[in-house]
Design a protein around this ligand. Structure first.
Ligand SMILES: Nc1nc2c(ncn2[C@@H]2O[C@H](COP(=O)(O)OP(=O)(O)OP(=O)(O)O)[C@@H](O)[C@H]2O)c(=O)[nH]1
Ligand SMILES: [Mg+2]
Length: 374
């Protein structure tokens, strides 16, 4: 049962803002391409590498529980979406004792405006009506609590926490349109896996921009993991092939492969991605073992179109929904859960390493609606 914090509004308002550490500056590569080519970039130990509070233990990379502090961070990360969804739903239900037609209409409008999408909205309204009828509820807190249960249910149906399978190296291909947070997500995952006792290796498969290699190298340095790169303009598939060979030679158990941002409506770029997948399969028919599509939550309903087109060229296994902290469109998580056919496995709610966190439906809904940690 969800417990709501509406009566504690004053306390919440005075909660200190959680400071957000800036991302490292990413400079354009100063080294000539030749200097980077064939480079197997050895890790540089970083003394100040911080083990984050969110560090999982080995074996639970995708099912981290929420401590009170982490939940507070999640809640502050989702503040804008809570404004668009949770608070307005709370206002609609205020003083309501039953669900009538006009309340259903208002809820529908609110859910659609908050990017929940048509299918998920219809499902919410149907299920809520059925539950309220069945239980003969008659006060606003009970209604809100039922709404939270229904929202959690929708997110849970496809839910599947990320986990590293037995394959070694376990190859994770990270794809998505430009600027959604692919490279950052890889850096954060590298830190997370490393903290859980794994031996990750990064593959600089974005060969379009020299700066992309530099950016990945910085994350490699931070997380103290090796980065395999070739020169700018190299064949992305060949970099990944190199990386998997290097992982085998060095005993790395996870390969995190970056790829160039590509617009989902550009056929030739998508064909190139299909080639990357084919080349990886030559190594191991089961590879890539995971293909994560990174989506910027701020794109709202367009995220669905991206999921559809990418799934036509690469065997997607899960979604990463980033930048939830910068948008009011967090409701798109429901649309994705209902319509994409893929589980959301990680969410990004800020720029610190532990702001990339395993997606947990109940925590997400509680943070979105202003309830206590489940
Ligand atoms: N606030 C916030 N910023 C994020 C998050 N994830 C990524 N970013 C920022 O988004 C920007 C783009 O991130 P990148 O990781 O470079 O994105 P990308 O998909 O690799 O971009 P391309 O390689 O150009 O396609 C960076 O400034 C990141 O710091 C998040 O969850 N929250
Ligand atoms: Mg990138």
């Amino acid at each position: 049962m969800f417990r709501f914090l509406r009566k504690k509004k004053a306390v919440e308002a005075s909660e200190p803002e959680v400071p957000v550490a800036p991302e490292p500056e990413v400079e354009a590569a100063s080294a000539p391409a030749a200097a980077i080519s064939e480079a197997v970039l050895d890790p540089v130990p970083v003394a100040e590498f911080e083990a984050t509070t969110g560090s999982p233990k080995k074996g639970d990379e995708g099912s981290l529980g929420e401590g009170a502090g982490l939940f507070g961070r999640l809640r502050s990360g989702l503040a804008r979406s809570r404004g668009a969804l949770g608070d307005s739903l709370g206002t609609l239900l205020l003083g309501k004792k039953e669900i009538d037609e006009s309340l259903l209409d208002a809820l529908e409008t609110q859910l659609l405006m908050a990017d929940v999408g048509l299918e998920a909205t219809e499902a919410v309204l149907e299920r809520l009506t059925a539950r309220v009828k069945r239980r003969a509820l008659n006060d606003e807190d009970a209604l809100m609590s039922e709404l939270a249960e229904v929202l959690s249910e929708i997110l849970s149906e496809r839910h599947e926490p990320f986990s590293l399978g037995p394959a070694e190296p376990f190859v994770i291909l990270v794809v998505g349109v430009n600027g959604v947070g692919k490279t950052t997500t890889i850096g954060k995952l590298a830190q997370r896996f490393k903290a859980a006792g794994h031996r990750p290796l990064l593959a600089a498969g974005d060969t379009f921009r020299a700066a992309a290699v530099e950016q990945l190298k910085q994350w490699g340095t931070r997380a103290d993991v090796p980065v395999i790169a070739q020169g700018e303009g190299a064949d992305s598939a060949s970099v990944l092939f190199d990386a998997v060979s290097a992982a085998r030679a060095r005993g790395a158990d996870v390969v995190l492969a970056d790829t160039a941002g590509r617009l989902h409506n550009k056929g030739h770029l998508m064909e190139e991605l299909a080639k990357v997948v084919r080349v990886l399969k030559r190594f191991d028919a089961a590879a890539p073992h995971a293909v994560l599509l990174v989506l910027d939550a701020g794109t709202g309903q367009n995220a669905l179109a991206q999921a559809k087109t990418f799934s036509e060229v690469a065997p997607l296994t899960g979604l990463v929904l980033t930048k939830l902290d910068g948008t009011a469109k967090g409701g798109v998580a429901f649309a994705l859960a209902k319509q994409s056919g893929l589980p959301i496995q990680f969410i990004g709610v800020g720029e610190q390493a532990d702001d990339l966190r395993p997606f947990e439906p109940r925590s997400f809904v509680a943070a979105l609606l202003g309830a206590e940690a489940p």
